[in-house]
Design a protein around this ligand. Structure first.
Ligand SMILES: [Zn+2]
Length: 344
């Protein structure tokens, strides 16, 4: 694990490299930013750079036994704390999915063990490192226990907290850390990485890079074929609706009302496809669409529907979302939607 493995994030990495070179590392860092964008990898790369036997201006070498043990979570001077289920997943895939682990939390016992571990002298390296991933899952008791360590860190210690939700940490914790914010990756950077890491076509990579919204973790986990198939289904439904009787549309609404997940996807993808159609109508530029390569579908859409109808459908979709959020019955919302969408 070295800084060169990380895609993007030039600014955070420059700050850290400079601090390493000048020996001005803070005692505690808070890495914040969206899930899956590379915060945790950067934290590991920093830990590796501190302990690497052959560290250069670029950080750790990524190949020496020390770097390898940091990446394998077996370095004796790097104590890693994370919500328990995340541990196995991380080692298996090296992809982070912080959004999924809402039910997991870091236990107070894990914090006590960590405190004990960093109170010992480093056995090999120059300092003890404590990396807390998913810091937002620390409950209040655990945060208060942790605060003591931040206030009086034992010996030469480096603490790195990693979280997509820094606001869930006590102000007293945040104020004792140097916060480094990680920005979502630009679409172009993410697309290039998906081509090289997954061997995707340019078109698929460009599409998934938009869906992943700057998150490498999300981009790595998505399937372009499945995403496209879902959009094809929505497009088919749309054209089918105009030929359906009211009774048929209502029967269809019944199905959506009973399957909220499917209904939510319909609303999200519907908005996305309409937005694409409107953008294409204005610009004729395939690269500005979420679904790269969907230019023809967008052209058909514009030929079939007038601009006012497209805007009315967009309103209808966002109103349906608002009503569902306000707990209006899904049956009612689905019926209203499918009787009007693409029709009349
Ligand atoms: Zn090394």
């Amino acid at each position: 694990m070295s800084f060169s493995n990380i895609i993007g994030h030039d600014r955070p990495i420059t700050i850290l490299k400079r601090a390493l070179a000048n020996k001005t590392l803070a005692h505690a860092y808070l890495f914040s930013g969206e899930a899956g964008i590379g915060k945790k990898m950067t934290a590991f790369a920093l830990a590796a750079a501190v302990h690497c036997a052959d560290a250069g201006p670029g950080g750790g070498c990524g190949a020496c036994p020390s770097c390898r043990r940091v990446a394998a979570l077996t370095h004796p001077d790097v104590h890693v704390v994370m919500p328990e289920s995340e541990d196995a997943r991380l080692l298996a895939t090296w992809s982070s999915k912080e959004a999924d682990k809402a039910s997991d939390e870091i236990k107070i016992d894990q914090i006590r063990q960590a405190q004990e571990s960093i109170s010992l002298k480093p056995s090999e390296g120059s300092k003890k490192i404590l990396l807390v991933d998913g810091a937002e899952t620390l409950n209040l008791t655990a945060q208060n226990a942790f605060l003591k360590t931040l206030e009086e860190p034992p010996g030469d210690t480096l603490i790195i907290l990693v979280t997509p939700l820094p606001q869930s940490l006590l102000p007293t914790i945040r104020s004792r850390c140097q916060e480094i914010r990680f920005q979502p990756l630009p679409r172009r950077t993410l697309a290039q990485a998906l081509v090289s890491k997954r061997g995707l076509s340019d078109e698929d990579a460009w599409f998934l890079a938009a869906l992943a919204q700057g998150s490498m973790g999300r981009g790595l986990g998505m399937d372009a074929g499945r995403e496209k198939a879902e959009r094809d289904q929505v497009t088919e439904l749309w054209s089918g609706l105009s030929r359906m009787s009211d009774a048929e549309a209502l029967a269809l609404a019944d199905g959506y009302a009973k399957d909220r997940e499917r209904f939510d996807r319909l609303l999200d993808i519907g908005v996305e496809c309409l937005r694409d159609a409107l953008v294409y109508r204005e610009t004729g530029d395939d690269r500005l669409l979420v679904q790269a390569g969907a230019g023809e579908r967008c052209r058909n859409w514009s030929e079939r529907f007038s601009l006012p109808k497209m805007l009315a459908d967009l309103d209808l979709l966002s109103m349906s979302r608002t009503m569902l959020d306000r707990r209006v019955s899904a049956q009612l919302v689905a019926e209203n939607l499918l009787l009007k969408l693409g029709r009349g």
